[in-house]
Design a protein around this ligand. Structure first.
Ligand code: SF4
Length: 311
């Protein structure tokens, strides 16, 4: 190798070392090339005159080489690696987290946990509910129920409401009309709301199950579990401030406890960001009128919370 070749090889070596991230290297210059060429020449002579093999990579060609342990692993001039964007997975309503993980225990101070999605506009809520309603109408999960139902009872009301009222499983009138809280118990429900200062068209009403169990039997745990994702999805879309559970079945669905109404009423519970009030179902109040004063106390508690009842 002649002197010019050594100079070229020396410059290439410098560039290569720079790419490997070796700092404090002198700038390539003609003078430095001379020095390096001399050094290489002397070295080769000093090692017994053996010429440096032409295959020696750092001199022959500036081909990239696996960095050694002495060399910083990240080449300083290597092109930056840009991570591919990770697509955001949006959970479908049926895949939402079970309420048991987000609902506070009915005992002790309520613990706030946020809604899973940002609040939506009225139009977005209406569209989301329409989509969900189609899913419910197509649902046939509860084998013992679907062959008896006339229709599904999805729920109805304003999509930007502060209040969601949850009743038992649909009864015969609800199954016939496709709407919760209708018939005789619905009339009593309306009266209670009026006395509380809340109009029926201010609240969203829904049932614990979307389909009527045969012979008005109490829903099984499996049926409640089957239908709970729909309830949760509705609550997630509506994001109410207050949820009122009318009756034990609604309590089982929302708070997931079999504790009696008598032990749970009289204070607020928590479902995500909503305050949950528990009281007796109007159907029960028709059978046990003495319990009406307890439900009225619960409504007064709500009114005090809303600032519509002083003291
Ligand atoms: S009760 Fe709910 S889960 Fe069961 S079939 Fe009806 S919609 Fe589906």
């Amino acid at each position: 190798m002649d002197s010019d070749q050594w100079k070229l090889a020396s410059l290439q070596t410098l560039e290569y070392l720079q790419r490997l991230g070796v700092k404090h290297l002198p700038k390539p210059s003609a003078q430095l090339s001379e020095i390096l060429a001399d050094w290489v020449d002397v070295s080769s002579k000093g090692s017994g005159g053996t010429s440096i093999p032409s295959s020696r990579p750092q001199l022959q060609a500036p081909e990239p080489k696996q960095p050694t342990s002495q060399v910083p692993k990240k080449p300083a001039q290597a092109p930056a690696q840009v991570a591919a964007p990770v697509p955001v997975q949006v959970a479908s309503p049926s895949a939402m987290e079970p309420a048991s993980r987000s609902v506070a225990k009915p005992y002790g101070p309520p613990v706030e946990s946020p809604w899973m999605t940002p609040a939506r506009s009225s139009q977005e809520r209406s569209e989301a509910l329409s989509q969900l309603k189609l899913q419910v109408e197509a649902c046939r999960l509860c084998k013992d129920i679907v062959c008896h139902r006339r229709q599904t009872v999805f729920g109805v009301g304003p999509v930007t409401t502060r209040f969601v009222m949850i009743g038992d499983a649909p009864g015969p009138e609800e199954d016939r009309l496709g709407e919760p809280f209708v018939g005789a118990s619905g009339e009593l429900f309306d009266k209670i709301l009026r006395a509380t200062g809340i109009a029926r068209d201010q609240v969203y009403v829904l049932n614990t199950l979307k389909c009527r169990p045969p012979n008005n039997r109490v829903p099984s745990d499996i049926e409640l579990d089957n239908c709970r994702p729909y309830i949760e999805a509705q609550l997630e879309i509506l994001q109410p401030e207050y949820i009122i559970c009318w009756g034990a079945t609604a309590v089982r669905a929302v708070l997931q406890t079999t504790e009696s109404i008598g032990r749970l009423r009289g204070r607020f519970h928590c479902y995500k960001k909503a305050k949950v009030l528990v009281t007796y179902h109007p159907t029960y109040l028709e059978r046990a009128p003495e319990a009406k004063k307890l439900t009225w106390q619960d409504m007064q508690m709500l009114m005090r919370e809303l600032g519509t009842l002083k003291a």
